[in-house]
Design a protein around this ligand. Structure first.
Ligand SMILES: Nc1nc2c(ncn2[C@@H]2O[C@H](COP(=O)(O)OP(=O)(O)OP(=O)(O)O)[C@@H](O)[C@H]2O)c(=O)[nH]1
Ligand SMILES: [Zn+2]
Length: 341
């Protein structure tokens, strides 16, 4: 195939992690797909299926996920170690044990997809921006279905208001010429991932970006002879421009977890304002001397954003809570709503 490590996204951040001791008998390879019993890795040589185990893995984060760079033993094909990641998408499995699931690693750009129609929601976009912030990945908001509105500028302006300097592209996802403007982030060795709610046009975008399907994914499928449905694996798709796309159901369903610092950064104006409230535990609802309500009253802060900030903050508390704490939160929530009646 004549593929180089650079084509796969290899760069100084990773090569700097290889020491002379590592040198002999092992080589770097990137995880192109994760199946139930093995992982597909690609390096300077051919794609191979290898066991997913790492000898001294103790926490889930030590295990390889799609997008990871590994040092693989040339003879035994064992994974010696997972190289330090530029970033990592993960989530807590639903249920009580809250096991950590790794979704994807080493993503350069997160496409946050929204459509120019009634489904458009800045609150949702804000959640994804928090996620990008938390993971440490560059977000680009992609507004789709520009062909279905006479006023795409209104949508673009609404997104621009969320955060100064935010990268925004408005496209008709079905038109390859229009989608071509996303090429900047999809070039050789670049990795992009995609989030956005159902129906906004992610698959359409993916199809336009992929052009004719990559040889990579076909090679992986051939090795996966169980005929398993593709949604059970996580894999990278080759893009026409030489980049890589991570599009998995897990990626699409990502929720905010441990997003505390991300929320604080996006709502830094609220956090700062709240420091001037008379009471440190001010809920900014009824308390006297509330600096946040004062700022809203004189137009420095927006009431709609206060609402979103509250929702994100309370959701974060809920996500971090243990099952017992969650039950307690439920009780409090029900008590509050009955009191209001
Ligand atoms: N007119 C127009 N239609 C679009 C555009 N993008 C997507 N669509 C249509 O919108 C519908 C939903 O698009 P999908 O690409 O399936 O949306 P999705 O985000 O992948 O949805 P899920 O698979 O549910 O996550 C399809 O009928 C697409 O043809 C666009 O830019 N313009
Ligand atoms: Zn207050």
């Amino acid at each position: 195939m004549g593929q180089t490590l650079e084509d796969l996204g290899w760069r100084p951040f990773f090569s700097a992690q290889i020491s002379e001791d590592d040198g002999a008998g092992c080589h770097p390879a990137r995880v192109m797909a994760v199946h139930r019993g093995n992982i597909a890795v690609a390096g300077a040589g051919a794609m191979r299926l290898i066991p997913p185990y790492v000898a001294d893995a103790s926490v889930p984060e030590d295990r390889p996920t799609v997008g990871d760079w590994l040092l693989v033993d040339e003879v035994t094909l064992e994974v010696r170690r997972v190289l330090q990641r530029e970033n990592l998408f993960k989530r807590q499995a639903p249920g009580t044990d809250k096991k950590t699931q790794l979704i994807a690693a080493n993503v350069d750009t997160l496409f946050i997809v929204a459509s120019c129609n009634k489904d458009f929601s800045t609150a949702r976009l804000e959640r994804y921006l928090v996620l990008a912030q938390e993971v440490g990945v560059q977000p680009v908001v992609i507004l789709t279905k520009t062909d279905l509105t006479d006023t795409p500028d209104i949508f673009v302006a609404a997104v621009r208001d969320l955060r100064p300097g935010l990268l925004i592209e408005a496209v008709n996802g079905r038109d390859p010429v229009s989608v071509a403007r996303l090429a900047t982030w999809c070039g050789r060795g670049q990795t992009v991932a995609l989030v956005g709610s159902s129906g906004v046009g992610k698959s359409t975008l993916v199809n336009s970006l992929r052009g004719s399907d990559g040889i990579m994914t076909q090679a992986i499928r051939k090795g996966d002879d169980t005929g398993r449905h593709t949604t059970t694996v996580r894999e990278m798709h080759r893009l026409a421009g030489g980049g890589w796309l991570l599009d998995t159901p897990g990626m699409r369903e990502l929720q905010l977890t441990d997003a505390g610092s991300g929320i604080a950064e996006i709502f830094d104006d609220f956090v700062e304002s709240a420091e001037h409230c008379r009471f440190s535990n001010c809920t900014h609802e009824v308390e006297p001397g509330c600096a946040v309500r004062a700022a809203i009253a004189d137009g420095r802060l927006s009431a709609a954003r206060l609402d979103r900030w509250r929702r994100l903050t309370s959701e974060e508390i809920y996500n971090k809570a243990s099952p017992t704490e969650r039950r307690a939160l439920h009780r409090i929530a029900t008590r509050v709503s009955t009191k209001k009646k």
